[in-house]
Design a protein around this ligand. Structure first.
Ligand SMILES: Cc1cc2nc3c(=O)[nH]c(=O)nc-3n(C[C@H](O)[C@H](O)[C@H](O)COP(=O)(O)OP(=O)(O)OC[C@H]3O[C@@H](n4cnc5c(N)ncnc54)[C@H](O)[C@@H]3O)c2cc1C
Ligand code: SF4
Length: 500
């Protein structure tokens, strides 16, 4: 702790976002470029280096937060990068995308704004790239053992990097044409520019990891045959089976799932398409679902030039302050949060909800969709909703209609995509909700086949995916090495977040 009074003298300050009017005209990250480092050095001084670092426990990766806060406040960026990479393969991803349960668990947050841990993490990661503190780390010796990782999201990438560095020969199989999983075609560019992904993939290639894109295991490659060719297989295929909204009118044209819509916008950014066939330009957009996927649809629709946008959330509006009864410190509290996308839509007063609500927020809380209406030519033109109470019972007299000629469903995911033959060909067992069943060592019922990430845990977060990837790598390494591994094990399969 370079400045023992830092938390008394320095107020919390976050990485500033660019003005709304500027950032909605492009797809670049919402933050002011170059503004992070000057802010962060002072912010790291706010860490109290308290005796029991709850932040460290709240982070699924067990990031050594007080240690790197201290190193940053002493301007020792090289050592900070070394400590950060000791627990996190991809801190530039979590530094941009993590909801930061660590900050909810910060001891300072008991009666003051938390340390900006996520910003410090991002600054260390970016600085490490700029200064070359994170060069490729190929293994000194090869083990002669081979591993196939199926899926190239954060789980598969973390597992592959750990196993490659441990000396195994690793091939990552990916059904998409590019590597990255949901970070590639789900999460929009304005939340994380894909150049961060490219840089890591290049690092991994230089370390020796092989990538096989446009290859669906279970269709293009037989999964049982893959198992026989490799010493071990890791299933890291994610949980992309989306939830449906079974209400009258669902069959109308113009109603799409978020993960039908977002990949097309991402492909425009990649230069694959001139414009998105599902573009929101000039449309009245209604997003059904109040979570982060819905917010990503919102930011995308705003940038595409929607005429209006409304986001419906079945849950009531959360409070502005932590509810000490329901969500006591250090758990991650339910709060009314304003993401960058919400801020943009509010500033631009993008929708009917903004006009009705007064504060400009385009979200309608406690709203349930009753039905969609068509324009006579089979295209959606309106959505009928009703307000609901905490028990989801309709509140009499609250029905109303919103104009809607593009509806995006962002209702979450139920489990792995059942559409390919991988599960049957390997003979792995599933849990009731469709996730891959595994034991306490990340192993499935088939010897040498392991499962990790959203495919086994269910829909989760990038920080959990990286932790799962690191943990499954240790399990595979132990299996291949006959019981011993030097790879770290950040989590057990049954560990659960503190309600993130
Ligand atoms: C729109 C959206 C936004 C999100 N935003 C955030 C966020 O801001 N912060 C956050 O922490 N989390 C976020 N999440 C959640 C996060 O992206 C996931 O929890 C995480 O990506 C899961 O990682 P994974 O590697 O397990 O799976 P995935 O990222 O889903 O990767 C699985 C990969 O496996 C591939 N695959 C599937 N089947 C096969 C097969 N048979 N053969 C070959 N390849 C196959 C898929 O194509 C995919 O590339 C978001 C999710 C969505 C949908
Ligand atoms: S990965 Fe997430 S929880 Fe862990 S230190 Fe970074 S922001 Fe906090």
């Amino acid at each position: 702790m370079a400045d023992p009074k830092g938390f008394l003298t320095t107020p919390r300050e976050e990485w500033p976002r660019r003005p709304v009017g500027e950032r909605v005209r492009d797809w670049d990250e919402v933050y002011v470029p170059g503004a992070l480092l000057p802010v962060v050095s002072r912010q790291a001084d706010r860490c109290m280096d308290c005796g029991v670092p709850f932040c460290h426990q709240a982070c699924p990766l067990g990031n050594l937060i007080p240690e790197w806060n201290d190193l940053v406040s002493r301007e020792d960026w090289r050592a900070a990068a070394e400590r950060l990479h000791a627990t996190n393969n991809f801190p530039e991803f979590t530094g941009r995308l993590c909801p930061a349960p660590c900050e909810a668990g910060c001891v300072l947050a008991i009666n003051q704004p938390a340390v900006t841990i996520k910003n410090v993490e991002c600054a260390i990661a970016d600085r490490a790239w700029e200064e070359g503190f994170a060069p490729p780390a190929p293994p000194e010796q090869l083990s002669g053992r081979t591993v196939a990782v199926i899926g190239s999201g954060p789980t598969g990438l973390a597992a592959a990097q750990q196993l490659t560095r441990a000396g195994h020969t690793v091939a990552v199989y990916e059904r998409d044409d590019r590597i990255g999983g949901l970070m590639r075609y789900g999460i929009p560019e304005f939340k994380m520019e894909k150049r961060h992904l490219e840089r890591r993939i290049e690092q991994m290639r230089a370390e020796g990891t092989k990538f096989r894109t446009s290859t669906t295991v279970g269709r293009d490659v037989d999964a049982a045959e893959l198992r026989s060719r490799y010493d071990a297989v890791v299933i890291a295929t994610g949980a992309t089976a989306w939830r449906e909204l079974a209400v009258p009118g669902r069959e109308l044209a113009g109603i799409h799932q978020a993960m039908e819509y977002l990949p097309l916008a991402n492909r425009v950014c990649e230069g694959d398409l001139e414009s998105s066939p599902l573009s929101a330009a000039g449309r009245d957009v209604v997003i059904v679902g109040g979570g982060d996927t819905g917010a990503d649809c919102l930011g995308t629709a705003v940038r595409e030039g929607a005429a209006s946008v409304t986001q419906l959330d079945i849950y009531g509006r959360p409070g502005d302050e932590r509810d000490e009864e329901a969500d006591p410190w250090p758990t991650y509290p339910k709060l009314y949060r304003m993401s960058a996308a919400h801020e943009e839509a509010r500033a631009l007063r993008m929708g009917p909800a903004a006009d009705a609500g007064g504060d400009g927020d385009v979200r309608v809380f406690a709203a349930s969709t009753l039905r969609f209406s068509g324009d006579g030519e089979g295209r959606v033109c309106a959505l009928r909703l009703v307000e609901v109470d905490a028990g989801r019972r309709a509140v009499a007299g609250t029905e109303r209609t919103l104009p809607a000629d593009l509806v995006l469903l962002a209702l979450g995911f139920s489990g792995p995509d059942p559409g390919d033959g991988l599960v049957a060909q390997l003979g792995v067992e599933l849990e009731g909700r469709g996730t891959v069943a595994r034991d306490g060592g990340f192993g499935t019922n088939v010897r040498g086949v392991f499962a990790a990430g959203d495919a086994a845990r269910g829909q989760s977060l990038i920080v959990w995916a990286i932790a799962e990837g690191r943990a499954v790598a240790a399990a595979v390494d132990r299996y291949l090495a006959g019981g011993v591994s030097r790879l770290p094990v950040p989590i057990e399969p049954d560990d659960r977040p503190m309600r993130v």
